[in-house]
Ligand binder design. Structure first.
Ligand SMILES: Cc1cc2nc3c(=O)[nH]c(=O)nc-3n(C[C@H](O)[C@H](O)[C@H](O)COP(=O)(O)OP(=O)(O)OC[C@H]3O[C@@H](n4cnc5c(N)ncnc54)[C@H](O)[C@@H]3O)c2cc1C
Length: 567
């Protein structure tokens, strides 16, 4: 079936890759690699993608989850980046992924009456003016202090001089990445997760890259994949991938860690997102689903393990302190239910440049014939990054010219027919005998593919129940993650297909046995394998929540004692 990723066809996919040759082999299944696979496949090329862990397991599941122009880049005079990003935002909201990318208002409180309003106001006029002519998101507005407190009673009223409201957009980053990869698969790209490129293959004279050696991380087997071009989209892993291939690229990647806190909606009384300035950058208060906030972020150099960047107690306290500068009722660690950290892949500049000052624009390099790599950029501009890196890859192809990128005309899976599906939510609910709000929830995640998810419920009624109390996810979503979304392990489901890892105070641990059972019944896992999968998830979740337990002189967070697998 087009666009289906499942464990049972994984072996066939690996075999198909090995039988090659491919036109393009993409290394890395974050948003950049998924985007590159879609760009190339939709130009009619033969494409394979290998991802060491799971789709979006790196930075692409750990961002602020904003599709934005980046208001603060205006201050850095990065006008090109802002303009491009705003256009991409509008394209995603209106055409490419309206089921996944939603407009979101942000309140920008003003504290210096005379200077700040004209300065920020002018910035927002420019921000709005940089969009295309069709506006899928509203214009910015000015508010008085009273108006600001009406929308955000949580703000401390002293010194508040007023506020601006402007719009950006929001996305579930991991789900978006997965959907781009599935859309690429629908255009015949071969997508294989838990498979790493370990070496680059060379022509006999050593002057050309001709493919990559790939290790299947599930079995340990290796295979050689021949391709006319290898496209490295490895984010913060770019340098080690280059090194393993004996390649000296024209740039290096610096890692900057960004931490976010997750807390319940009740912790901050506001009906809108908020952005405040900090000494070094900005802090976002981002509504997440109906019940939570995401608050962040930080920006510090990182030199540790790329796979599991660790938030520290200091990071947590820094974010709380910044937030408390503007909040009437201060937040404490006991308000924090989740924490996550991600690594920005920034293109390196001279030693000593603070990471906050490095440009967020992307760089494409072709250090050796047959090899192209890309780094930098941001989630919002992934489609342009993908276009640029594939343009560079096919520039070296001999023979027929390759068509130009068409992804600006290509709605992602689930976008087609969305208005009709939204209008039919009640009828669909009746047909599948589930509550209408469950269907509405599924539409925000799967768009017009909603009935594929509900198909699992028709086959097995027990899958109509909620996966965890107080969360909208249905058990059927776990089954769908396996049958259509390439989930191979419990972590793939709880960390990225549903977001209980960051949303729930126990990091999804109490749901892990249920997830293991549903996955196991579809993947043929015995009792021991299920138990091992659950154990592996608990270890992973404990590491992720470590920062909430670190002392720093503060009381332990409530999550501490809860990371035990229920009997
Ligand atoms: C804290 C934070 C907040 C952010 N907020 C925003 C935001 O709000 N909006 C925005 O637009 N951008 C944001 N960004 C930036 C954005 O998240 C990143 O630019 C983007 O996710 C990078 O995607 P990527 O595909 O390049 O890298 P990644 O997502 O890291 O993907 C690289 C992949 O390559 C795989 N890989 C590595 N080596 C190999 C190998 N040898 N073989 C196979 N696979 C391999 C890795 O496993 C990984 O999955 C934020 C970033 C951070 C850190």
């Amino acid at each position: 079936m087009p666009g289906v990723l499942d464990a049972t066809s994984r072996n066939d996919a690996l075999r198909k890759m090995a039988n090659g040759p491919l036109d393009i082999l993409v290394v890395g299944g974050g948003i950049t690699g998924a985007g590159a696979a879609l760009d190339a496949a939709s130009r009619g090329l033969r494409v394979g993608l290998v991802e060491s862990r799971d789709l979006a397991a790196g930075t692409s599941s750990r961002s602020s989850k904003l599709i934005h122009g980046g208001l603060r880049y205006l201050e850095q005079r990065d006008f090109k980046l802002v303009r491009e990003a705003l256009r991409e935002r509008d394209l995603l909201v209106s055409k490419l992924a309206p089921h996944l990318v939603r407009p979101l208002p942000f309140l920008y409180p003003l504290y210096k009456k005379v200077v700040e309003r004209p300065y920020v106001g002018a910035g927002l006029v420019l921000y709005d003016a940089m969009e295309g002519t069709k506006r899928p998101v509203p214009h910015h507005r000015h508010l008085t202090a009273r108006g600001a407190l009406g929308r955000a009673p949580a703000l401390r009223p002293e010194r508040l001089a007023g506020a601006m409201v402007y719009y950006d957009a929001q996305v579930d980053d991991a789900r978006h990445t997965l959907t781009v990869a599935r859309t690429a698969a629908a255009h015949e790209a071969i997508i294989v997760t838990r498979a790493s490129a370990t070496e680059l293959l060379r022509s006999a004279d050593g002057t050309r890259v001709t493919g990559a050696r790939v290790r299947d991380e599930e079995t340990g087997r290796t295979l050689d994949v021949a391709a006319r071009a290898v496209v490295v989209c490895a984010g913060v892993w770019t340098d080690p991938v280059h090194e393993a291939g004996g390649v000296r690229a024209g740039y290096q990647v610096r890692m900057s860690k960004g931490v976010h806190l997750v807390m319940p909606r009740s912790a901050i009384d506001a009906s809108t997102g908020m952005i405040i300035r900090t000494e070094k950058s900005v802090l976002f208060f981002i509504p997440w689903g109906d019940d939570r906030w995401i608050v962040g972020t930080t920006d510090t150099d990182w030199t540790g393990d790329r796979a599991e960047p660790a938030a520290t107690g200091e990071d947590v306290d820094y974010i709380l302190a910044q937030a408390n500068r503007v909040l009437e009722k201060p937040l404490t660690r006991s308000d924090v239910t989740g924490v996550y950290a991600g690594l920005r892949p920034l293109v390196a500049a001279a030693e000593g440049t603070p990471t906050t000052k490095l440009s967020r624009e992307h760089v494409v390099d072709a250090p050796v014939p047959g090899l192209v790599s890309i780094a930098g950029g941001k989630f919002t501009t992934y489609r342009l990054m993908a276009r640029d890196v594939i343009d560079a890859a096919v520039a070296g192809f001999e023979g027929e010219p390759v068509p130009e990128s068409v992804t600006d005309q290509l709605p992602l899976l689930g976008a087609d027919g969305l208005p009709a599906v939204r209008a039919s939510a009640r009828r669909i609910a009746e047909d599948y005998d589930v509550p209408t709000d469950a269907v509405e929830h599924l539409i925000t995640r799967y768009g017009s593919l909603v009935t594929e998810v509900l198909g699992h419920i028709r086959r097995d009624r027990s899958l109509s129940g909620r996966l965890a109390d107080g969360y909208p996810y249905l058990r059927a979503e776990v089954a769908y993650a396996v049958s259509h979304e390439g989930a191979l392990h419990v972590e793939d489901v709880l960390a990225r297909r549903v977001r209980l890892l960051i949303e729930s105070p126990d990091a999804g641990v109490s749901a892990a046995p249920e997830v293991g059972a549903i996955m196991g019944s579809l993947l043929g896992w015995g009792r021991r394998r299920r138990a091992a999968e659950v154990r592996r998830y608990v270890e992973f979740a404990e590491t992720s929540a470590e920062a909430l337990r670190s002392p720093a002189g503060l009381p332990p967070a409530p999550a501490a004692g809860k990371l035990a697998v229920p009997a």
